[in-house]
Design a protein around this ligand. Structure first.
Ligand SMILES: [Ca+2]
Length: 145
């Protein structure tokens, strides 16, 4: 009887270790599954429109499309479109531009200061809050022609 009790405790110890290992494995697996892969895009162009598709998009991510007219690093990226959650297809009219360059941003509040990138004065700086523009001149009621 003592031998059975002795082995029973060993079996319970091994089972407890297996359960703990499986719990750790599930936590690691969930954290890996929640990561958004580096976006890969494909662009199809007509005479008037660019169609931008994220080929490896995930349904739980928010993507933003940024655009600029040149590849010159002094040309700033402008926010073109904020996609809905899981949106992986975007369109951009060419307008007056003969060419455009695009990149996809992942997430809508990069510095996590509670102000979405579209309204943030500097989306990667928590010390800069909401974008605010004050026009001192001309005053209210001025008509531009
Ligand atoms: Ca922000």
């Amino acid at each position: 009887m003592k031998t059975i009790r002795k082995h029973w405790l060993k079996v319970c110890s091994v089972l407890a270790c297996l359960v703990a290992a499986m719990a750790i494995l599930l936590v690691v697996q969930n954290s890996i599954a929640d990561e958004v892969p580096q976006p890969v895009i494909a662009i199809t162009t007509t005479n008037t429109t660019n169609y931008i598709k994220i080929t490896n998009g995930v349904s739980f991510a928010n993507y933003e499309l940024y655009r600029r007219a040149t590849f010159n690093s002094s040309d700033i990226w402008g926010l073109h479109t904020v996609g809905a959650q899981g949106q992986t297809n975007f369109t951009a009219e060419m307008g007056l531009l003969s060419q455009s360059y695009y990149f996809i941003g992942v997430g809508s509040d990069w510095d996590q200061d509670g102000i979405t990138n579209a309204f943030d004065g500097d989306p990667i700086n928590t010390n800069v809050g909401i974008l605010s523009i004050t026009i001192d001149s001309p005053t209210n009621g001025t008509v531009f022609n």
